[in-house]
Design a protein around this ligand. Structure first.
Ligand code: HH2
Length: 274
């Protein structure tokens, strides 16, 4: 057992979380890193480019995605984690056995898009390892979440949800200072819901925990540029959104194009921070 420093010290604002999807079907990099050697090389490159941590995922959560079995998810991510031992890694999973294996192999952070609602064993695994955790908001589940998402007030609803999940995690033995929160851009949300969450991000930071934002390449960015059928957005559009999210309080930006994000956010920080 090791003791982690508070998440806000480990990931000073702004930090970049690089993304490596070991999947055949992720919306932006599906198939590119399905081979474990390619995935490990990609992760090393993202760390060289300045990522504070690399998020390794074996299950796509894009709209419409079907889940994968435990065996298949382990088969995808374990060789990659083994090849990267000793490097700063996060595991993007909702499965307790995948998280446990990743933490044994040295991963620091569990990134659970279900906010600890998917697998009842996961909260205990995170607590036992004293690991960092990201709790994300999602309405519905990936297969159906983009079929007419509705909210009374998207920001108020997301705040209530994240507050509840934060209390739950702490009640189950996870130290509060190891937790970050994520509004879940694109997870059961329209373009306007996503943009309202970013516009009012200061209301989420008032929860008192660092906020992680993942908008990199998401379809809202393609849609706002005029393609209503867009499945992804460009790097330039991602950078515009990331800089704005940082300026409104985001701590960690989850991104595919790490070098560009580090350059943009370093510049933004030099302008904003005194
Ligand atoms: N977005 C994706 C996956 N995991 N985790 C957090 N905390 N926040 C996010 O916004 C987030 C996430 C979706 O992006 P990607 O991993 O590129 O695609 P896919 O789910 O298709 O693998």
């Amino acid at each position: 057992m090791y003791v982690n420093v508070p998440l806000e010290e480990r990931f000073p604002r702004p930090s970049v979380m690089g993304v490596v999807n070991v999947t055949p079907d992720s919306f932006s990099d599906g198939g590119v890193n399905f081979d474990p050697g390619d995935a490990a090389a990609a992760a090393r490159r993202l760390l060289d480019e300045g990522a504070a941590i690399v998020d390794v995922g074996g299950e796509s959560t894009r709209p419409g995605a079907e889940g994968v079995s435990l065996d298949e998810e382990l088969r995808r991510v374990v060789p990659v984690l083994e090849a990267l031992q000793g490097l700063p890694l996060s595991i993007d999973t909702a499965k307790s056995q995948v998280a446990a294996r990743a933490l044994e192999l040295g991963a620091e952070l569990v990134n659970d898009v279900t906010g600890l609602r998917g697998d009842p064993e996961l909260v205990g695994v995170v607590a036992d390892h004293d690991a960092y955790v990201c709790l994300m908001h999602m309405q519905g589940e990936p297969r159906t979440m983009q079929a007419g998402p509705r909210y009374e007030d998207v920001v108020d609803n997301v705040i209530d949800f994240l507050d509840d999940r934060l209390s739950f995690a702490v009640s189950q033995g996870i130290r509060e200072n190891l937790i970050c929160l994520d509004p879940g851009i694109g997870f059961g949300k329209t373009v306007e819901h996503n943009f309202e969450l970013l516009r009012r991000l200061d209301e989420l930071t008032a929860l008192g925990r660092p906020i992680l934002v993942g908008i990199s390449r998401k379809s809202s960015l393609g849609k706002v540029l005029g393609d209503p059928e867009a499945k992804a957005g460009s790097t330039a559009a991602s950078l515009g959104a990331a800089v704005l999210a940082y300026e409104r309080g985001a701590s960690i930006l989850r991104a595919h194009d790490v070098r560009e994000h580090v350059e943009a956010l370093t510049t933004a920080r030099a302008i904003v921070a005194r």
